[in-house]
Design a protein around this ligand. Structure first.
Ligand code: 13P
Length: 253
């Protein structure tokens, strides 16, 4: 099956109204030739601004996190329906920074993914092992468990609607990108794991994340199970992000 490539920019906790304007203008002006699906995920307070700037443009809007709850007395939380209301089509769930710094366990991630799907958002579920887990030979066990927990909460049909992002924690923000073969091996493992659970895995896009740049993207994108990228640092700079988008579009089916 041919899967369309997808490039997602995760701005993390970066940006300002002024910086966002500069970045978005450059992306819109200079990226007219990009022929691939692209999403940017700014921090919550800028979703309105970025959504407006992207109206009619080739870039879709996503958020970086979502509440497990629908509405009510949950101070500081942002619901799935609010994200839809602001024009989001996508949401990142279970990023390793949410898991390690904010205590999001597999169970919470699964509930959030379900909330996203129920609201009509496309969830991008992040999975990945730490360096210690990889060195201990536990990378597949950790990632397999992360995948299983989402699949068991969603069921086979729900899980077929997921986008997965494999982000080895040791590659995030370190400049140490996974070797293309290393990433491919884990992507194949994830697809096989989904398949084993009865999910229509051939249609599930699996993105790689962790120190992706315009330079290393082409070697990652030629791997048969790497369907795009979840980009952190390089998504904050227009030429770098557009370089990654172009690498994907040159390989787009
Ligand atoms: P970097 O691209 O900065 O390594 O971040 C990856 C990431 O965490 C994207 O979600």
């Amino acid at each position: 099956m041919v899967r369309k490539k997808l490039v997602v920019g995760n701005w993390k906790m970066n940006g300002s109204r002024a910086q966002n304007d500069v970045l978005l203008s450059a992306l819109k002006e200079e990226g007219r030739d990009v022929a691939v699906e692209v999403v940017v995920c700014p921090p919550y307070p800028y979703l309105g601004q970025v959504g407006q700037a992207l109206e009619g443009a080739w870039i879709a809007l996503g958020a970086q996190n979502i509440s497990s709850f629908n509405a009510g007395a949950y101070t500081g939380e942002v619901s799935a329906s609010m994200l839809v209301d602001l024009g989001c089509a996508w949401v990142i769930v279970g990023h390793s920074e949410r898991r390690s710094l904010f205590g999001e366990a597999n169970e919470v991630v699964a509930v959030k993914v379900r909330a996203a799907l129920e609201a009509g958002l496309n969830p991008i579920v992040c999975v990945g092992e730490t360096l210690g887990q990889r060195e201990d030979g536990k990378a597949e066990a950790v990632v397999g468990e992360q995948i299983d927990s989402v699949v068991s909460a969603l069921g086979q049909d729900g899980a077929a609607k997921l986008t997965v992002a494999y982000e080895p924690v040791w590659a995030i923000g370190t400049g140490r990108v996974a070797l293309p073969e290393q990433a491919q091996a884990m992507h194949r493992f994830i697809r096989a794991r989904l398949d084993l659970a009865g999910v229509a895995a051939e249609g599930v896009r699996i993105l790689y994340g962790g120190s992706v740049t315009a330079e290393n993207a082409p070697l990652l994108f030629v791997q048969p199970d790497i369907d795009g990228a979840l980009v952190g640092g390089a998504s904050l700079v227009a030429p770098g992000f557009l370089g990654i988008c172009r690498a994907a579009s040159s390989m787009a089916a």
